[in-house]
Design a binder for this molecule. Sequence first.
Ligand code: ADP
Length: 835
Amino acid sequence: MVEQCTKTDDAQLSAVASGAAQSNAEALPPQAPVDHGDWLRVTLANIDDAVITIDTAGRITSMNAMAEVLTAWSSGDALGKPLTEVFQIVDERTRQPVESRALGLLRKGIVGFAQDSLLVARDGSERTIEDSAAPIRDEAGKELGAILVFRDISDRKQAEADAARLAAIVESSDDAIISKTLDGTIRTWNAAAERMFGYTADEAVGKSITLIIPAERLAEEHMILDKIRRGERVEHFETVRMTKDGSPIDLSLGISPIRNNRGEIVGASKIARDITDRKRAEEAQRFLADVGDVLAGSLDSRTTLRTVASLCVPRLADWCAVDMLEAGHVLRRVAVAHTDPEKVRWAHEIHRRYPPDPQSGRGVFKVLRTGHADLHAEISDEQLTRAARDPGELQILRELGMTSVMLVPLRARGQTLGVISLISAESRRHFGPADLALAEEVARRAGLAADNARLYGELVEADRRKDDFIALLAHELRNPLAPMRNGLQVMRLTMTDTGPPAQARNMMERQLGHMVRLIDDLLDISRVSRNKMELRRSRVLLADLVNSAVETARPGIEEAGHQLTISLPPKPVILDGDLTRLAQVFSNLLTNSAKYTEPGGHIWLDAERKGNEIVISVRDSGIGIPAESLPRIFDMFSQVDRTMERSTGGLGIGLALVKGLVEMHGGTVTAKSEGQGKGSTFTVKLPVPDDLPNPGASHGADEIRPTVGIKNRILIVDDNQDSALSLAMMLKLMGSELRVVHDGFEAVRVAEEFRPDVILMDVGMPRLNGLDATRRIREQDWGKAITIIALTGWGQDQDKARSQEAGCDAHLVKPVNPDDLEKLLNELMKKDKRD
Ligand code: ADP
């Protein structure tokens, strides 16, 4: 090819040097001497640029080796051919042949500068080239043709495209991608970095990376750069950076060293991912878990809501207030929370002075009406001005400095029960949809919990009312029993012991006794469930307790012809407890065994000492208890649904009372049964204190022998005529001299003239009650020595204390058991004698 060059070639080539050099200094030596034609040819043959020369007619006059390669034409084939045939350029998109723009320009007399074109070679291969052209003139300036210089720039193009793609990826990334030098100077800053940190690339590039590092975290940067210098990467490094407006932003960083082409570390590239959302989601989960704990642990709605409000501060807002609808329409503020208690007081004061206006239809009232949350991401002064009712309120609203407000409904069972208001102020935070979603979730859970707590409260209240009602009922039922008992006593004292009337009387006495027991149980259980049962604790001998229980249960056991076997520990066991109540426990258990065992059965009472406990079991060979009834057997009013029990006439409270009394003594009771017909075992465990001194000789009941026939002057005061009269009849038969009056004033008057030894004083009476009457009598000289016994349906310790304080010597619970009254009168008389 080189050899084929003609003299004209030489001339052309020399001219090439002066023209094409402008566009391609590298391709052509700057000063190619005309007389070094060979040298030039050789050069052209070896350079990386393709060179084609044409004559003025556009025919190829020479082409170098690279031109042959790029066009896939051999010089031999190409020489003399029109350039357009050998040098085919097409439009990249339309693929239409186009004229080399360089040549086009040349034709217009302008030197063609480098342009990119797509060259289609003879063999069909395509490559992007950069071409330029220059005219060839002889020394006289006559145009001889032109020289076309071009080079394959496909690789460069590819590299540029790759770089552009990479740049596009970097730019479009959601992660901030930043590069910096080893001294921390920012070199590049992508669009995400601009969005994330608020600085434009112009503002950031050239600055130190400390621009975005909070002062307290500067040490991190040294640590990171140290690692980078050592060629290490830093991955998933979670930290906090700062935006242009100073707000913190949670990030996860990945940092890698940047090396130059010699492999030296010259900087670092940093990819920062905003993990604020993730952090917030984690925090929200933690927060909800805390709220959940609070809600699960409380059954009081006010306390629950207060705790929720204080949990919301400052995690969710600077202020939190909870308002609840009461009685369906009154809005009551149940909680206000702020980290500063002083501010809470201030808020209460503002609320008092400016309560939310129901007429406004805005704020909490809007949420109550619609049941939908309200988010005010931004609070403007204009809004405050509109909301304020007077300049005073406006000033307060401004002082509050609210930046954002969320109002979320507390809902349950389709109803809006109240509103949680969350306010951002000093933190300057603006609530967004994520905050609102979290607040709504908190409110949803709190609403349900508050509703549950309310329902629970109602249940407790209903239960309390039931207990109160039972107590009142039992008390009221006792009143009519008193005259009946007295009447029966009168009959006993006046009638013969044989014949149908006596049998009828005995039957009535038994039934009355049964009724009194039922009512006593009712009263007792209502005391236990209202926590009003009082124990009179003392040292109690187990044997005494068992004897007393057996004594009470004996009639039932004997009546059914059961055999009772008792086994007690050889050594005496002393308990600390209330003898009467503990005896009641075992008499109930023994009575049940007697009731629920077919006649002629067997009952065992075994007591065994086990360490610091005494284990007492009452076992029977009776009908047993079905397994499914066992778990509820100690519940109040629980009865196994069996026809047999229907006839026993129990109320299902005996075992509840047993459990209540045992637990009051620090013990436990359990029931066991192998099933229907297999008998039952009730096991009571009671603590045995080990430091109790031996009980002294108990002054047993036998010390007091009731004397029949009390010759006393007795004044009976009772507004219940039947009760007063029957008592009078009974006492008269016992030999007393009697007066009966029916109110307190009468009592005082008659007492003065009658001067009784004893006054039986009913407490609850209209006009002047028994206690006030007692006080008046005690004020008189003649009244000081009278024995006054209060008679009442109320037998609580506090009732007794009240009557004692009024001046009564003793207190008897109606219906008065004649034996008890007789015993008491004897006792008081004996005491009087001693005095
Ligand atoms: P009441 O005996 O008044 O029904 P309790 O509370 O004493 O009430 O007993 C509750 C229920 O437990 C009884 O109705 C009975 O079904 C069952 N029960 C109690 N003790 C026994 C027992 N020893 N054997 C079988 N069933 C019993």
